[in-house]
Design a binder for this molecule. Structure first.
Ligand SMILES: [Zn+2]
Length: 248
């Protein structure tokens, strides 16, 4: 393809130049991906059970594992910090094709990407979870809803917090969005979405705190169901979940 010649694309893991048919990852890195145990379409997996404790969870899946020392961590970093929004879209599509065969999306009414603060979105140019959601939507035909919840702005002290404190800080950081809807000057009414089945989409799950806060906020809408899909899950969390749910 001429475009590949003029603007060569590179694998998000190894950096090798991509062939025309390759998207985001070269075939070799794609085959080497460490797929998580929460991506087998099995109902009642341990991630699902962990989230059940607090939320009306129907299904939960996470595509790949990562930690700071392995090569596929580059996918997470490139998507989030290096401006490569298209990674989200392509991996969103890739995950969906596999999960759709296992009926993961059956009954889901809309996809809700985990919102990031507005200032962060302006700075980055996109919300990485929204890019994933667009890929999933393209593959499944399920609409994306980016306005039902929103993130409150970070407090001024956020940069001085340790990662653990930031995680704690996620408490109360989402709210249902009842802002004015232009140009009609009518307030949005999230409660009109009662009874719907929402798919919350995030780029990485490092603890379940963000998912729980996001889900808890959505649960202010009566009688809803929640499913969860993430591009990556940290190995640290997988180990914690295994310890909390030993094999029978
Ligand atoms: Zn590669």
């Amino acid at each position: 393809m001429l475009l590949d010649f003029l603007a060569p694309r590179h694998c998000a893991v190894c950096g090798r130049r991509l062939q025309t048919a390759e998207k985001t990852l070269c075939v070799s890195c794609l085959l080497d991906l460490d797929i998580s145990e929460y991506f087998n379409g099995e109902s009642g997996n341990k991630l699902e059970r962990t989230l059940w404790q607090r939320l009306p969870i129907k299904r939960a899946a996470a595509f790949m594992t990562y930690d700071h020392t392995d090569a596929q961590h580059a996918i997470v970093l490139n998507l989030k910090y290096h401006g490569q929004a298209s990674i989200g879209y392509h991996i969103g599509k890739l995950m969906s094709h596999q999960l759709a065969e296992r009926h993961f999306f059956d009954g889901i009414d809309m996809i809700v990407p985990v919102p990031i603060p507005y200032a962060k979105k302006l700075q980055r140019g996109y919300n990485q979870s929204e890019q994933l959601a667009l890929g999933i939507s393209h593959a499944t035909g399920i609409p994306v809803n980016t306005h039902v919840i929103r993130r409150k702005p970070y407090g001024p002290s956020q940069t001085q917090l340790t990662p653990a404190q930031r995680q704690q800080n996620v408490k109360g950081s989402f709210e249902l969005n009842t802002s004015l809807r232009l140009p009609f000057f009518k307030r949005r009414d999230p409660l009109a979405l009662r009874g719907k089945h929402f798919l919350i989409v995030d780029d990485v799950i490092t603890s379940t705190a963000t998912m729980q806060e996001c889900g808890k906020t959505l649960c202010q809408i009566p009688n809803i169901t929640i499913s969860v899909l993430s591009m990556a899950v940290s190995r640290n969390l997988i180990n914690n979940i295994r310890r909390a749910n030993p094999e029978e």
